[in-house]
Design a binder for this molecule. Structure first.
Ligand SMILES: [Fe+2]
Length: 464
């Protein structure tokens, strides 16, 4: 062979090797040491100073379209005015302040009595506008602000952060700091497992308080869209606590009635160009149940010409190749996957498994009791499944992947981190996963996501 033929031959070998490798799933060689994550002590998060100062402030969308905000906070006592939120448009005269009264609850859990939990819904907000809001009175007054989303429409750019299984460890702290260091994030999609209070004796409810203080620097300034995980159930018959989700539902209000849901555990919102459906892995979902009936009618309401992007949040993943919690989401996958494929859901985000994984677009919906067709196949109408239970938790990283890596698994890594989803227009969104590495967020997985309604057949391309 002449020299130029040899060069051509070797180039061809290299090209073919790259082609083959690029179609295989990747198990990242970056593996964090699997130690339990150490939790930050209660003393790290003291209540704010001042008499009856409002604390644990967090906000979430308060209606279906983004023109309302639910403001939630806690006060130690319930004095007159403790339940008032004052708000005004940034830059306007403060004499134009408006105010809303919160509804106030308190709950008991074993030997713990909560502070006064206030939830106020501010309605009739202008789109794409900065608001200030104020809680408390006198020297204990605290001021915060938020941006309302742009008016719902098909080409409205918007950036979501995605966080799961956050907890309140030093790793959680790094994840939250990394997310907050990126100015692009406008709202957080939180796929469940918040405080991990239930990992402590008698579900130490003070950990729900410290969690509220921990996330306040982000959650008081931009909405966190909450989904419930197994650590929100707080069911413990041994201590007489049999009302599932009691602490979570007292502390975190969501606008479920705006989507005709009958439970805060499943609901939907529209935000900018996205339609977001939140499901509950730990509530009944079989045929004839409220969640099942709701989702069936809900999917019919999605107008992709108005909100091209359709996302589902759920806690237990439907596609995941980690031995940790392997197939716990299987029964819900069997129930809801055909609808997600039929309705061309763009991405299903889940948590629960304390590692990161992204799937190919695959479906496994052919099976019936006799035909034996029970394996995932490539399907351009299928969602991408992203498991992002890597927020920090308290139980450590899940570094026990199944081998060989299944064909549906595109990228997986046992590290902590968070993701960003930058919607650019009706056809393209840039998705990036940021691992916590050496106290820095490092982009380890990145993808241009092609919208399933407007670009139904186009493959995604890894962007870096
Ligand atoms: Fe979980």
């Amino acid at each position: 062979m002449k020299l130029n033929h040899l060069a051509l031959f070797f180039s061809l070998v290299v090209f073919l090797t790259i082609s083959v490798v690029s179609h295989a799933g990747v198990t990242s060689s970056y593996v964090r040491v699997a130690e339990p994550s150490e939790e930050m002590a209660l003393e790290v998060f003291p209540p704010p100073s001042g008499y009856n100062a409002p604390e644990q402030v967090h906000i979430t969308q308060g209606d279906h379209n983004g023109r309302a905000m639910i403001i939630s906070w806690v006060t130690p006592v319930n004095d007159d005015g403790s339940n008032i939120v004052n708000y005004w448009v940034a830059g306007t005269n403060e004499t134009t302040k408006l105010s809303v009264e919160a509804s106030t609850t308190s709950y008991r859990y074993f030997d713990y009595t909560s502070g006064f939990l206030h939830h106020a819904t501010i309605k009739g907000l202008e789109y794409d506008t900065k608001y200030f809001y104020e809680l408390g009175s006198g020297r204990s007054t605290r001021q915060f602000n938020f941006m309302t989303p742009p008016k719902v429409g098909p080409d409205v750019p918007y950036t979501f952060g995605i966080i799961g299984d956050l907890g309140q460890t030093y790793a959680s702290n790094q994840t939250l700091a990394n997310y907050m260091s990126n100015p692009k994030g406008q709202a957080v999609l939180m796929v469940g497992d918040l405080s991990y209070a239930d990992d402590h004796p008698n579900h130490d409810q003070r950990k729900w308080d410290s969690y509220g203080r921990f996330v306040e620097p982000s959650a008081a300034y931009q909405p966190w869209i909450w989904a419930a995980g197994n650590h929100e159930i707080d069911y413990d018959a041994n201590i007489g606590e049999t009302q599932a989700f009691k602490p979570y539902m007292n502390r975190y209000n969501v606008p479920y009635k705006a989507s005709q849901s009958t439970s805060p555990l499943w609901y939907s919102i529209k935000r900018a160009s996205a339609y977001i459906i939140v499901l509950s892995s730990y509530s009944a979902f079989d045929k004839y149940t409220p969640q099942n009936s709701w989702l069936e009618s809900e999917l019919k309401k999605v107008n992709r010409e108005e909100t091209p992007w359709l996302f589902v949040l759920v806690h237990a993943p439907w596609y995941n190749s980690n031995n940790y919690h392997y197939m716990e989401g299987e029964s819900m996958r069997v129930t809801f996957e055909p609808w997600c494929v039929e309705n061309k859901v763009d991405i299903v985000f889940a948590g629960h498994v304390h590692a990161y994984e992204r799937s190919e677009r695959v479906s496994n919906i052919k099976y019936n009791i006799t035909d034996g067709l029970s394996y995932p196949v490539k399907n351009p109408s299928a969602p991408i499944y992203i498991t992002i239970g890597d927020g920090g938790n308290i139980e450590g990283i899940a570094n026990d992947f199944t081998y060989p890596q299944p064909s549906y698994s595109a990228y997986r890594e046992a590290s902590f981190g968070h993701a960003m989803l930058e919607i650019k227009n009706r056809t393209h969104a840039l998705y990036t996963w940021h691992r916590n590495q050496d106290n820095e967020p490092v982009v380890a997985d990145s993808l241009w996501v092609k919208n399933r309604h407007f670009l139904p057949e186009e493959d995604e391309a890894v962007s870096v």
